[in-house]
Design a protein around this ligand. Structure first.
Ligand code: IMP
Length: 456
C-alpha cells in the first residue's frame, strides 16, 4: 500500500519504513510551508494538508515530533529541530540542551510524535505516541539522530543512540504513533479503497476499537457493582422490616449508572480535547458529531431507564447529584469529586429497591451502613484518581492505575460476600457473587485480547 509521507528527513523515512514494513513509503517534501502552529498536531496537519492537495484519493501522512523537557517547561518542544537557531544544527541543539540543564536534578523528558493522516476520502485523523525518559549528563551512542545520544528511555540505562533500530522502534514515540497509523490504515496487503463509499469500510475495525477505548470497556462493568452493593444494604434492612425489595428497579438503577458513567467518559474526552490528544475524540478516531450524539444518548438513556422502571425520588436526587459531580470533575479534575461519583453510585443503588428507603421501612442503621461503605468507595477512588496524575506520560503508571480502578471489583465482591454470609435477607444475592467472579475472568480475558481498550 502506498503512503505519501511529507518529509525530506532521511532518518525519519528510514524509521517509518522500518516500523511500517510492506508499505510503499513515498516521501514528498512539502517545500516552502511554514510550520508555525503552537503544537505538534497543528504542524503535522499543515504538512499533510500540503501534500494531500497533490495526492487526492491516496493515503497521506506527516509527522511532527520533538523532545519535551519537564525542567524547561516543555522546551524545546515544537522548536526541537531549531532549538539553537536557524539552520537546524544537531550538535548545537544537543550542546544547548546540556547547557540549559546544567545542575538540574529532575531531568525527566519525553519524546512526542504526532502523525496526521489524510485518508483517500479526504478525512483527517491525528494520532500521538509518547516515549518517557530522561536527559543524560553526557551524550552516548552513534545510532539514530537528533537528541538520541542524550535521551535515556524509562526502564533502560542506555541512550536511544545506543539501542539498535529495532529496539528503539519498539518503544519510541514514532513507533507508538505509527502503530496507531497501521491500525487506521489497515494491513499493507489490503488494497486501499479508492472511493469514499468504500473508504468508509476500511477503518471500521479501528473505529470499533476507538468506541471501546472511549467507553473504557474494561472498567465499565465495575459500575453496576457499586449499585448492587448499595442495593444490598437497602435490601437487608427492607427485608428485615418485612418489606419486599424490587429487583427490577435494582437492575434499572445499575443500567442507568452505566449510562451516566458512559456519558461522563464522552464528556471527559470533549473537555480534554486540548490536553490529552491520545484519546479517541481529540485524535479524530471518533468524529465530534458522532461523539456529541453519543453524549446526548447516554444521559438520555439513563433518564429513560430510570423512568421506565419507575425509580423512586431518592434515586433521581442521587442521579442528579451524580450528573453534577461528573460535570464538575471533568471540568476541575478535582480528585475528591471522582471519589464522590462512586459514593453516589452506591446511593443510587441504595435508593432503588424500596420506597422510601429511610425512616419508613427501617431506621438510621441502614443509613449508617450506607455512609460507611460510600465513604470507603469515595476515598479509594479519590486516592487512585489523585495518584493517577501524570499517567499519560508514564505507561507503567497508566497500567497500575488501570489495575487499581479495576480493583474496585474486589471491594464490591468482598462487600457482597460479607453481606450474603451475615444477613439471610440477601442470601438470594449469592448468584450475583458467582456472576461477579465470572465477570472478573471475563475482564482478565478481555484485557489480554484487547489490551488497547483497557486504558484507565
Ligand atoms: P520535525 O518533526 O521535523 O519538526 O523535527 C523534530 C526534531 O525533533 C528533530 O529534528 C529532532 O531534533 C527531534 N526528534 C524528533 N524525533 C526524534 C528522535 O526519534 N530522536 C532524536 N531526535 C528526534
Amino acid at each position: 500500500m502506498k503512503l505519501f509521507v511529507a518529509t525530506h528527513n532521511q532518518h525519519k523515512i528510514r524509521e517509518i519504513s522500518q516500523i511500517l514494513p510492506g508499505f510503499e513509503i513515498v516521501p514528498d517534501d512539502p517545500e516552502g510551508i511554514e510550520e508555525n502552529a503552537p503544537d505538534f498536531a497543528g504542524n503535522a496537519l499543515i504538512k499533510v494538508r500540503a501534500i494531500a492537495e497533490k495526492h487526492k484519493g491516496e493515503w497521506c501522512m506527516a509527522d511532527d515530533s520533538g523532545l519535551e523537557v519537564k525542567a524547561l517547561g516543555g522546551a524545546p518542544g515544537v522548536h526541537s529541530a531549531r532549538y539553537a537557531g536557524e539552520p537546524s544544527n544537531t550538535p548545537a541543539n544537543n550542546a544547548l540542551l546540556l547547557k540549559n540543564l546544567e545542575g538540574v536534578k529532575d531531568r525527566s523528558a519525553r519524546f512526542t510524535c504526532c502523525c496526521a493522516l489524510v485518508d483517500p476520502s479526504g478525512e483527517e485523523l491525528v494520532v500521538h505516541g509518547h516515549c518517557p525518559g530522561h536527559i543524560a549528563e553526557k551524550a552516548a551512542g552513534v545510532e539514530g539522530f537528533g537528541y538520541d545520544p542524550l535521551f535515556i528511555p524509562n526502564g533502560y540505562d542506555k541512550s536511544f543512540a545506543e539501542l539498535s533500530a529495532d529496539e528503539k522502534n519498539a518503544i519510541s514515540h514514532r513507533g507508538r504513533a505509527l502503530e496507531k497509523v497501521r491500525e487506521i490504515v489497515g494491513a499493507p496487503d489490503v488494497p486501499a479503497p479508492s472511493t469514499s463509499a468504500e473508504g468508509a469500510q476500511a477503518p471500521s475495525t479501528p473505529r470499533l476499537m476507538a468506541w471501546l477505548k472511549l467507553f473504557r470497556v474494561v472498567n465499565l462493568p465495575t459500575v453496576p457493582g457499586d449499585v448492587l452493593v448499595g442495593a444490598a444494604i437497602a435490601i437487608i434492612f427492607v427485608a428485615r422490616a418485612g418489606g419486599e425489595p424490587d429487583f427490577v428497579k435494582v437492575l434499572g438503577a445499575a443500567l442507568a449508572s452505566v449510562f451516566l458513567y458512559m456519558f461522563g467518559l464522552v464528556d471527559n474526552d470533549f473537555v480534554g480535547m486540548k490536553t490529552d490528544k491520545d484519546r479517541p475524540i481529540p485524535n479524530g478516531e471518533i468524529s465530534i458529531g458522532a461523539a456529541r450524539v453519543a453524549r446526548m444518548f447516554c444521559w438520555g438513556a439513563a433518564i429513560v431507564v430510570g423512568a421506565m422502571v419507575g425509580l423512586y425520588p431518592l434515586w433521581w436526587v442521587g442521579a442528579f447529584l451524580l450528573f453534577v459531580s461528573i460535570e464538575l470533575y471533568n471540568r476541575t479534575k478535582w480528585s475528591p469529586l471522582m471519589g464522590l461519583c462512586r459514593g453516589l453510585n452506591l446511593l443510587c443503588g441504595f435508593a432503588a429497591p424500596c420506597f422510601p428507603p429511610i425512616g419508613h421501612s427501617f431506621g438510621l442503621d441502614a443509613l449508617e451502613y450506607l455512609a460507611v461503605f460510600a465513604a470507603v468507595w469515595t476515598i479509594y477512588i479519590w486516592a487512585v484518581t489523585w495518584y493517577s496524575s501524570g499517567e499519560e506520560e508514564d505507561p507503567e503508571k497508566k497500567r497500575r492505575v488501570g489495575a487499581l480502578v479495576g480493583g474496585i471489583v474486589y471491594l464490591q465482591l468482598t462487600a457482597l460476600l460479607i453481606f450474603t454470609l451475615m444477613f439471610p435477607q440477601v442470601a438470594a444475592m449469592r448468584p450475583l457473587l458467582i456472576a461477579g467472579a465470572v465477570m472478573l475472568i471475563f475482564l482478565r480475558l478481555f484485557k489480554t485480547v484487547l489490551p488497547k481498550v483497557s486504558t484507565s
